[in-house]
Design a protein around this ligand. Structure first.
Ligand code: DGJ
Length: 743
């Protein structure tokens, strides 16, 4: 709902966006757009009293037409601050005009309310039907240059979510250059003291580790300059109070729906005001806007919780599942798959794949995915990317006969591509050296012996569309794993003039979106899984095309606890691809039981990644059970409300037990699935676990023991797991408990 009233001081518009149980309030004040409130819902009171009145320092200028004495853009809580006219904090916008100047002043011009959520362009964004959301579009204008900026705010009706985008239009007769443009900016004048920035950092094999950093005067930020959202930081951060926990306290999550360079920052000024911003990272960004052209930013999403991190996460989960992921597989039950990467690496042929497929079929697995190494002359990672034709030495007769035989076993078939890359040793590079990103006169950097294709070029995208479509049409291929194994360097295009080279990193991402759009439109039944050396581009933009993403190349169950639970801070279980792999694990050499590997992998889109032909009969019997359990609990795991109960780093029972626990609860609270893992056992352990999300008045029966507990008992007193495991607790042991409401 969008409620518009008048400012009590000046009579200018005051906007109150109600999104679920949250409010987002801002107003126009002497033509400037000022932020008033973002948090749990407030009434329609006159919030203009929240405008801070601080006597400004004489060194800080004020706009000549504003009241003397207390107003200063450097202090006012703003909605879209611009560079060069008196706000010295980080700008949301910096535009350089043909005369070289960059000072801008944005003044309110008009606003309109739009039903639902308009589709602004072809970039990935959340969607909502007219009865699910309301959008406010506010138009601002720079009196000096005529530049127009439109800010789009969408408030979801049933979720505490406000989405934002900005569009900059150049109505002048001369080109201008956008050097910085945020998707969202908002100033919290008074807030949660002391505040922290919660974010997800990582690296290859260790993605999305939760970190809370105290805000300091100045800027605390996370970003990527790697050409992809990256392993190192996820395009998400939350503003939280130091006291915020899973279940209590403010948590304002800000996520950018973008697969490229981003920055999310919290800047604290001397008055304790916090500017929270998200947008494209501006180090190598300069977008030329010719007369009449408009630049539209990626979408930023705010998930607003006054009840801790858990609620913020569940809001994001629901939003991505219901308003971002598209296509039939967003909702459909995904097949349990076996991927041959860790089973064979590059060393396989049709017979080996068929042997794995036969065992897979006998175990109830539903799809075989053929990973890297099926094309060109790719027997290691040093060649052939771009040569998307079948290696008939490995797969005699091509894909069709192999896929037919796999289908005949009752299995679907999936395939791996790394479309955006080109090996210097490839037919493609011999034919089109200028198709790789690069600057003339400078060597290209290599990573995994490969270069990056220039995705800004339509001819490159046409080639990829044609060759990938050719492969997908040549056999009954029902799944694609879309990999991306290196970051960008020497980002220049032979196809663009010098004045547009500052656009390459963003154009690359737009080119990627274009190709993904074309492939998903041409093959609407395809299940797409994103991947980037594991989870190096696990972001909402990729989830718009691919409802599941390979979470990490580290498949060790204990390491996965940190990675998967960190990922759930923002992303739903249904988006995390999680596989049971071999023990000892290939990345860590750790030995973990088959049972625990299964319990942990069932935290997401479930599968296997090991050579089934080497397993014992006992292990194969376990797989049959695991697959059956996964199907039985599919809806609970993938659509239930998710609760983090214990993070691996938490302190439990007064000392640091190394354990982890989480649960999912059905929407009607009649069923719950709880997973508890002991990472490192200690002597005489005492394991109590308090559950969450249940109906306190209801009674629940635990399936394996038949014991019945009250919901309030499970949530307040907890369940004693000290003796819950036959054989006791050892390193890496686990239980899964299924609770059903009985009264
Ligand atoms: C990196 C991926 O994360 C792996 O799962 C695998 O597909 C390899 N690439 C193949 O090269």
């Amino acid at each position: 709902m969008i409620h518009i009233s008048s400012h009590s001081l000046t009579g200018e518009p005051l906007f109150h966006l109600r999104a679920g149980d949250a409010s987002y309030v801002f107003c126009v004040f002497h033509g400037y757009l000022l932020h008033l409130y973002c948090g749990p819902a407030v009434g329609e009171d006159d919030l203009t009293a929240l405008l801070v009145k601080v006597g400004h320092d004489s060194v800080v200028p004020r706009p000549a037409d504003t009241p003397e004495g207390w107003f200063s853009l450097d202090i006012a809580p703003q909605e879209f601050p611009v560079y060069g006219t008196g706000d010295y904090r980080p700008s949301a916008l910096m535009v350089r005009r043909a005369d070289g100047s960059a000072a801008t002043s944005l003044r309110y011009a008009s606003h309109e309310v739009l039903p639902g959520k308009p589709v602004l362009d072809r970039q990935p964004a959340t969607f909502a039907a007219p009865d699910e959301a309301d959008t406010l579009a506010v138009t601002l204008r720079d009196p000096g240059s005529g530049l127009i900026v439109r800010l789009y705010y969408t408030a979801l009706r049933d979720l505490p979510v406000v989405t934002r985008r900005a569009a900059a239009e150049n109505p002048s007769d001369n080109p201008v250059t956008v050097e910085r443009i945020a998707s969202a900016s908002l100033d919290f004048a008074t807030l949660m003291e002391p505040a922290e920035l919660l974010h997800l950092w990582g690296t290859w094999g260790r993605e999305r580790t939760i970190e809370r950093t105290p805000l300091a005067h100045g800027t605390v930020s996370v970003s990527s300059r790697r050409g992809a959202s990256s392993h190192h930081h996820n395009p998400f951060a939350a503003l939280v109070a130091q006291s915020t926990t899973e279940t209590a306290g403010p948590a304002i999550g800000l996520s950018l729906v973008y697969a490229g360079n981003f920055e999310i920052a919290a800047d604290t000024d001397p008055f304790g005001s916090i500017r929270f911003q998200a947008g494209i990272e501006s180090t190598d960004f300069a977008w030329r806007l010719d007369p009449g052209e408009t630049f539209v930013t990626p979408e930023a999403v705010l998930a607003i919780s006054g009840e801790g991190l858990g609620k913020m996460s569940r809001t994001f989960h629901c939003l991505w599942r219901e308003h971002l992921c598209r296509g039939e597989w967003a909702e459909r039950e995904r097949p349990v798959l076996v991927n041959n990467w860790e089973a064979t690496y590059f060393k396989f042929n049709s017979e080996k794949l068929l042997a794995i497929a036969k065992d897979a079929a006998a175990c109830g697995i539903e799809m075989l995915v053929m990973d890297d190494g099926w094309f060109g002359v790719r027997n290691d990672d040093r060649s052939s990317l771009g040569d998307w034709f079948v290696n008939e030495e490995k797969l005699p007769g091509g894909l069709a006969p192999l896929v037919e035989r796999i289908n005949a076993l009752g299995l679907k078939f999936g395939i791996w591509f790394e479309p955006e890359m080109i090996s210097p040793v490839s037919r493609l590079f011999d034919a089109h050296p200028d198709w790789a990103l690069g600057t003339s006169g400078r060597d290209r950097s290599v990573a995994r012996s490969q270069y990056v294709l220039d995705m800004t070029r339509p001819d490159v995208r046409d080639y990829l569309f044609d060759t990938i479509s050719g492969v997908l049409s040549s056999a009954n291929i029902e799944y694609v794993k879309w990999d991306f194994n290196r970051n960008l360097t020497e980002a220049a295009s032979a196809d663009l003039p010098p004045e547009r080279q500052g656009e390459i990193l963003h154009r690359y991402v737009l080119g990627l979106y274009d190709l993904l759009d074309r492939i998903t439109a041409a093959f609407p039944h395809l299940l797409l899984e994103g991947c980037s050396s594991g989870g190096g581009r696990f972001d909402p933009a990729m989830l718009y095309y691919a409802p599941q993403y390979w979470t990490s190349d580290d498949t060790d169950a204990m390491e996965r606890l940190d990675i998967q639970l960190g990922t759930t801070m923002v992303y739903p279980c249904s988006s995390m691809s999680c596989h049971v792999s071999a023990s000892p694990n290939h990345q860590t050499r750790r030995v973990t039981s088959f049972e625990t590997r299964g319990h942990v992998a069932m935290g997401g889109a479930f599968g296997y990644e090991l050579d089934l032909t080497t397993l014992t009969d006992e292990e194969k019997a376990l797989i049959r059970h695991q697959v059956a359990d996964y199907h039985r609990f599919y809806a609970l795991i993938n659509r239930g409300d998710f609760y983090r109960l214990i993070l691996p780093g938490d302190t439990v029972n007064g000392k640091t037990h190394r354990c982890a626990a989480w649960m999912t609860v059905s929407e009607d609270r009649t069923e719950a699935l709880v997973t508890f893992v002991v990472i490192r056992a200690s002597i005489h352990p005492v394991y109590f676990l308090r559950l969450a999300g249940l109906d306190p008045e209801a009674r629940y029966q635990e399936e394996s023991t038949g014991a019945v507990y009250g919901g309030s008992t499970l949530m307040n007193a907890g369940i004693n797991l000290t003796a819950a495991r036959k054989g006791g607790w050892t390193d890496g042991s686990s239980v899964v408990m299924h609770f059903t409401r009985v009264s």
